[in-house]
Write a protein that binds this ligand. Sequence first.
Ligand SMILES: [Zn+2]
Ligand SMILES: [Zn+2]
Length: 228
Amino acid sequence: MSQLDLRLIPVTPFQQNCSLLWDTDTMEGVLVDPGGEPEKLMNTAKELGIDIKEIWLTHGHLDHAGGAEDIRKALNIPVIGPHKEDQFWMDTIEQSWSQYGHAGMGKNIIPDRYLEDGETLTLGGTEFGVLHTPGHTPGHVVIYNKNLKIAFVGDVLFRGSVGRTDFPKSNPQQLIDSIKTKLWPLGHDIRFIPGHGPMSTFGAERKDNPFVADHISNGPTGNTSGVM
Ligand SMILES: [Zn+2]
Ligand SMILES: [Zn+2]
């Protein structure tokens, strides 16, 4: 079995965790959520000798998807994901960055392929599963590998928190359901890379996350603070 390596590269004023994930045998890689600073991301890959083959997006928010178009053009590679229901977010990335006072930070994007629940993605010799996890955005997906015990969860779940649900088409109950019925069954020992902040495990969040811990029957009904 081939070995994978991972480097987190925070991008944009929102310090979004872009993941550079690569196969150390073939030196082929993917960028998960290249939200901005495309030159920095491509230069990092180049310095490490990684050939970026695809871009994978967890959801359509500006800080996750805004750098994808420039990288797609520069490297001539496909953008895959999220679910089609997030296209309305990807159509307003340029406008949203302007509203945040960072005009030009990212570009609108239409992916080459949308993702559905149950589909798979491949890097080198490794397959990844896809889960449709609406709530933060309607077209959010989580990308995972059970053998490697790793999941890219975007803004569904954070260390000690959950994604914001005060956006258009957000749904707090749907978010909690996505976490409990889609993520938890993958196992306590899955390490997850959130869109912002430090990594954690599903087991740790089930123990003490104030929104979704097992001992909380009715946690806060939604998170309205924090980042995109
Ligand atoms: Zn988001
Ligand atoms: Zn985000």
